[in-house]
Design a protein. Sequence first.
Length: 262
Amino acid sequence: ALRGPRLRRRSARRTSSTTSSGRLPATGPTTAEHMFNWEQDGCTMACKSMNCPCHCLIFANRHRSIRELPMRVADFGVLHRNELSGALTGLTRVRRFVQDDAHIFCTAAQVKKEVAGVLAFIEEVYNVFGFTFSLGLSTRPAKAIGSKELWDFAESELRTCLEEYGRPYVVNEGDGAFYGPKIDITLRDALGREHQCATCQLDFNMPMRFELEYSRFDAEQGTNVTEARSVNVRTRDNEVHGQKALVDLTAELKQLCASRAL
């Protein structure tokens, strides 16, 4: 687990979220008008609106070996978004908030195991509080970055993960993030209202934009080979992969519930 910086150069966000044409998606919570920006020392600075670029820069800080993967980074990050005053409402749409966010950098072959771990973790945590939830697979939206072939592969991986998980799910056509498909977790409160909370997102595009690489040993050539792409499995809101084991986190949650019951 870590705590990323609250201020950074805006160029890092642009690397992570510009489209293939160099333009930002027309909508979304992290476009330029939704950020707090200012000029300083000849460059544009911004309050952090998402954790993704910082985690990518941590991965790219030094050479990585395949033996280090999967690399899991968790961050209870303080984020700022310059929402319109008319859009602010209660605790669901604010300008400053803390988001428990995690990124898992792994190989394509490790995706299914990591996603299965995320889904199991979500279920463990929600069961402690007695939450019931439903699953949805959100696919490529009309405005998206990356090739169709890459999207088809990513959606196929998440679909397989959901099938192996064994719980019913719905397909939300065109409701994915502009950078990758995702599994959405929806909770139901005591009044029967639905709230979309946790997500598990599969992103092949951001590692490519940040040129995240790792090396592996090629037995046939007898040399180390650099792979030009890693995969980012992003989890957020109600699940965190950190340094503590799942069983330890679950035990702490159970103790918390017991103390509140007293």
